[in-house]
Design a protein around this ligand. Structure first.
Ligand SMILES: Cc1cc2nc3c(=O)[nH]c(=O)nc-3n(C[C@H](O)[C@H](O)[C@H](O)COP(=O)(O)OP(=O)(O)OC[C@H]3O[C@@H](n4cnc5c(N)ncnc54)[C@H](O)[C@@H]3O)c2cc1C
Length: 429
């Protein structure tokens, strides 16, 4: 009987193991805990939440809430444990982290189809069916092995830039155009005059930053400095860097320009180019809203900074989350390019679907981008290879819908739930 090796008993690895086991597949689950702990893991149980204890909102007003609903319909065991260990009665799914880890660990240890091995994995057998789900803090030994398999350094970033909803920007305060290219349409440019730049600059250099843990301070690439760090080097540094006002054929020469670049193919999400930051979220909203075009911008993702190993999914993964060069090796969780607790659980469940399909134990039906699960999985292969960054679920990843503005989210949620219920007919068998 075929046995699937899963490396990493975190959120993705546990969900993948439990889902496969439920479908009668034997699993050997490896984790280096408790013999060896990553710099952020401290608990001896599996499925540890390394930082905050919230899986965020369950409301269908948010894409994250819809993702949870989809996982619930597909009977995610890890999400069930989260609900069982919930604290408080608010909309957010906030959990008692000890109870949560204990609950998932118990399910793993009691499952007859799962064998647990406490060991650091540093070599991958290229002939074995393997899921690698070792997360953003994958041990150094395994990182090197993944680099050997893909032939490229594991991407590792310190800071990411915020993303705004394209519909929420003030288009009258922008102009479209690429620097140095007459007919370019890749960028939406947000100009600032001298006074606006001064106000923005003062707010930026005085804004509050998130404190970093020691292990996160290891690298600060000169080519990817947080915008506030650059700004502190001098008043004009940004005007010679990401905000340089040159190369455009505008009648009036702006004093500084912030460029927004499409984050997805349909252009519903825009990335603030070169604005990787470690400011606190509220400060990002306050400071970046001083850019006239972004006065009422809705932030789909805030910038953040921490250690994060992930592979360049669009380059190395197929749509089924396995390596293009080694179809028997699957990647799940944050390592595959998703971002966040719920997204990692979702990725574990998706990976179980893909493994079952690979084994011929399930029809090869695809989840469309009308669902959060399908949209998340689609992002990994359709995002830009250059500058690829992990992503958390948001409405901009889903297929657009033709509905009145105030009904859009509701209609998108209804559409996704109908599709997931349909998919569940083949999944639950
Ligand atoms: C410092 C930090 C803070 C974060 N805070 C949040 C947050 O507050 N909210 C949020 O939504 N997301 C947060 N994230 C992002 C992400 O959601 C979590 O990291 C999430 O736990 C990722 O799930 P995962 O299953 O991919 O990996 P993990 O849950 O990290 O699981 C990976 C498992 O693999 C094991 N492992 C690693 N290397 C090996 C090896 N070589 N052999 C065997 N086992 C190995 C580890 O021990 C671990 O148990 C944070 C990430 C980091 C790095």
């Amino acid at each position: 009987m075929i046995e699937v090796k899963i490396v990493g008993a975190g959120l993705a690895g546990c969900e993948c193991a439990l889902s496969l086991a439920k479908h009668g597949v034997k699993v050997k689950l490896f984790d280096m805990k408790p013999k060896k702990m990553s710099p952020a893991h401290h608990n001896t149980n599996f499925c540890e939440l390394v930082c905050s204890n919230t899986l965020k909102s369950s409301s269908l007003e948010f894409a994250g809430g819809l993702l949870k609903e989809e996982l619930s319909i597909l009977d995610s065991e890890v999400l069930k444990s989260a609900k069982e260990s919930a604290v408080g009665e608010g909309e957010a799914l906030t959990v008692d982290r000890e109870l949560f880890s204990q609950s998932v660990t118990k399910k793993i240890l009691e499952n007859k189809n799962i064998t647990v091995v406490c060991e650091e994995v540093t070599k991958i057998d290229e002939n074995e069916l393997t899921v690698i789900a070792t997360g953003p803090l994958t041990s150094d030994g395994l990182s090197k092995e993944i680099e050997r398999l893909t032939g490229q350094e594991l991407y590792f970033y310190d800071a990411i830039a915020p993303i705004v909803d394209a519909e929420s920007i003030n288009k009258e305060k922008t102009f479209v155009g690429d620097r140095w290219k007459d007919d370019g349409t890749d960028y939406v440019n947000c100009p600032l005059n001298e006074q606006e730049y001064k106000e923005f600059y003062d707010a930026l250099v005085n804004a509050e930053r998130v404190e970093l843990k020691n292990f996160e301070q290891e690298k600060n690439f000169e080519g990817c400095l947080p915008v506030e760090v650059m700004a502190k080097r001098g008043f004009d540094v940004l005007r010679f860097g990401p905000m340089k006002p040159v190369g455009f054929k505008t009648q009036e020469k702006p004093y500084a320009v912030v460029q927004l670049r499409k984050e997805n193919k349909i252009g519903s999400m825009l990335n603030l180019v070169g604005f990787q930051t470690n400011l606190k979220y509220a400060e990002q909203k306050r400071v970046f809203s001083l850019i006239p075009a972004l006065k009422n911008a809705k932030f789909l993702r805030y910038g953040s900074m921490h250690r994060n190993s992930f592979i360049n999914a669009p380059k190395f993964l197929t749509a089924q989350s396995n390596l293009k060069t080694h179809p028997n090796i699957f990647i799940a969780g944050q390592l595959s390019g998703v971002e966040g607790y719920t997204e990692s659980i979702a990725s574990g469940l998706l990976c179980a679907i893909f493994v079952l399909q690979y084994l011929g134990k399930m029809p090869k039906q695809k989840l469309s981008i009308k669902t959060c699960l399908g949209a998340l999985s689609n992002y990994l292969v359709s995002a830009n290879e250059v500058g690829f960054q992990p992503m958390h679920i948001n409405w901009g990843l889903l297929a657009p819908i033709n509905a009145p503005k105030d009904k859009k989210k509701e209609e998108m949620a209804k559409r996704a739930i109908t599709e997931i219920k349909e998919f569940n007919k083949i999944w639950k068998d």
